[in-house]
Design a protein around this ligand. Structure first.
Ligand code: PLP
Length: 455
């Protein structure tokens, strides 16, 4: 088989017999063959049958600048010619990664972050943050601080550390036992929460009280870090009340607990701000990034570190601060070149501004759909281009909707011009940030057709 013979049935059959998909049942791909994507341009993807749709998934929350971002493609091609790989383990570095670290330092200066540790993706950035948090406390003489706190519904990737702080059973149960000493507090999820609180501000206060309670229960001196997404993404797009993240930051600071912002989705404009932390006016101790850092064109990530950490590590003279961690692809020159081009384009196009405007358009459109279709239990969004619809079979009981209905809805939306993502009971929208008004309207009308078909 070569890439030049894309016969649809042949590909579907061979897909099922020769590969397993992440986040899918391995026995499912013949009965429910995945869409075979063979091309893309702008914000549209094209499948093996020649059908073209707006990609309302944005690759996987990462193709922020669309599929035709020529400066990034050129940067990758040029760098492959000059230096396709070299490691930055102790003793060597490369010109691209140095320039990128400087650019990131400027980009994240308002977030109080001044050093980068490079990784090969989001899960790696999370793993790095969790490890460095423990090391930070060991270096400064509090070795008992080893535990982690996080939010239920949070998603932090799939390494054992990230899975342990994940707050969704789907990503945990099959792989237990996970890391000891990871504890979860309720998420500020207004539609469903243990307090039955529907007011976002009051709910934020209750969740903050639960955090204080858990810290007192565990003992502050045993906790290394709290990790959270500024807006929960994969868990169903859950934006907290504006008081929540600043409240978490204040509590963490007071108890000597590091705050790790997992911004694998939210950094680089997705929320309508340059970072999710900035969106809420918070300066975290560490920030995990990946995905849009290279527009999805190259696997890459960076953990950004605050001065508070930097000082402790760089001033250590005991040897404890030597970093026994890193990846073969940390600081990959091709990834660094891609990221440099992405940062330049993100700034040149001022993508957060467009994300905010198109995000409002989509959020209002979804609210419109909710006024017409009872299947929609909750509409979430309003902070840039990340939004979700939670479907229910009964608004009064909030009972789950039949999976077949949501799958059918997705199929009809696809036939009508938009690829949307289904995750549990949620339809999630995370399109490229360069979306136009007409593209956003196409997503909404495709969804409308989907709801009309299953209503
Ligand atoms: N953290 C968050 C918030 C994410 O959304 C993701 C992926 O969606 C990850 C971590 C893991 O990133 P990756 O899939 O690149 O390992």
């Amino acid at each position: 088989m070569t890439a030049h013979q894309p016969d649809a049935n042949f590909l579907k059959e061979h897909n099922a017999r020769s590969l397993w998909h992440p986040m899918a049942h391995p026995g499912d791909s013949l009965a429910n063959p995945p869409t075979i994507v063979t091309g893309a341009s702008g914000v549209r993807i094209k499948d093996v049958d020649g059908h073209e749709v707006v990609d309302a998934v944005g690759g996987l929350w990462n193709v922020n600048l669309g599929f035709s971002c020529q400066p990034v493609k050129d940067a990758i091609a040029a760098q492959l010619d000059v230096l396709p790989y070299y490691s930055i383990f102790r003793g060597t570095t490369n010109d691209q990664v140095i320039q990128l670290a400087e650019e990131l330092r400027d980009f994240f200066a308002p977030d109080g972050l001044s050093r980068a540790f490079f990784t090969s993706g989001g899960s790696d950035s999370v793993e790095t943050a969790l490890r460095l948090a423990r090391q930070y406390h060991k270096v400064r003489g509090e070795p008992a601080r080893v535990k982690y706190l996080s939010l239920k519904k949070g998603y932090h990737g799939t390494h054992f550390g990230g899975a342990s702080v994940n707050g969704n059973a789907n990503f945990r149960t099959a792989y237990e036992p996970l890391l000891a000493g990871c504890h979860h507090i309720p998420a500020p999820y207004t539609y469903r929460n243990p307090f039955n609180e529907t007011d976002p501000e009051r709910l934020a206060q209750l969740c903050l009280a639960a955090l204080e309670d858990e810290i007192a229960f565990q003992g502050a001196g045993t906790i290394a870090a709290f990790i959270m997404e500024p807006i929960l993404g994969a868990g169903g797009v859950i934006p907290p009340h504006e008081s929540f993240m600043p409240g978490v930051a204040e509590i963490c600071r007071r108890h000597g607990i590091l705050l790790i912002a997992d911004e694998v989705i939210t950094a680089f404009g997705r929320t309508g701000s340059w970072s999710g932390s900035r969106h809420w006016g918070v300066q975290p101790d560490m920030m995990c990034t990946a995905k849009a850092i290279t527009n999805g064109y190259f696997p890459f990530g960076a953990l950004m570190l605050s001065e508070r950490l930097v000082e402790v590590f760089e001033k250590d003279d005991t040897g404890k601060a030597a970093i026994g961690h890193g990846y073969t692809y940390s600081g990959h020159p091709v990834g660094a070149a891609a990221a440099l081009a992405c940062l330049a384009e993100t700034k040149r196009l001022n993508v957060p501004e467009n994300a905010a405007a198109r995000g409002t358009q989509i959020f209002e459109g979804l609210q419109d759909l909710a006024a017409r279709y009872d299947l929609i239990g909750d509409v979430r969004g309003g902070h840039g281009l990340m939004s979700a619809l939670e479907l229910v079979s009964d608004r009064a009981t909030k009972a789950a909707v039949d999976k077949k209905i949501i799958n059918r809805l997705q199929e009809v939306a696809y036939q009508n011009g938009a690829m949307v993502r289904v995750s549990g009971p949620n339809i999630i929208l995370s399109p490229p940030l360069v979306l136009t008004e007409a593209d956003a309207a196409q997503i909404l009308s495709a969804l409308d057709a989907g709801f009309a078909a299953v209503n």
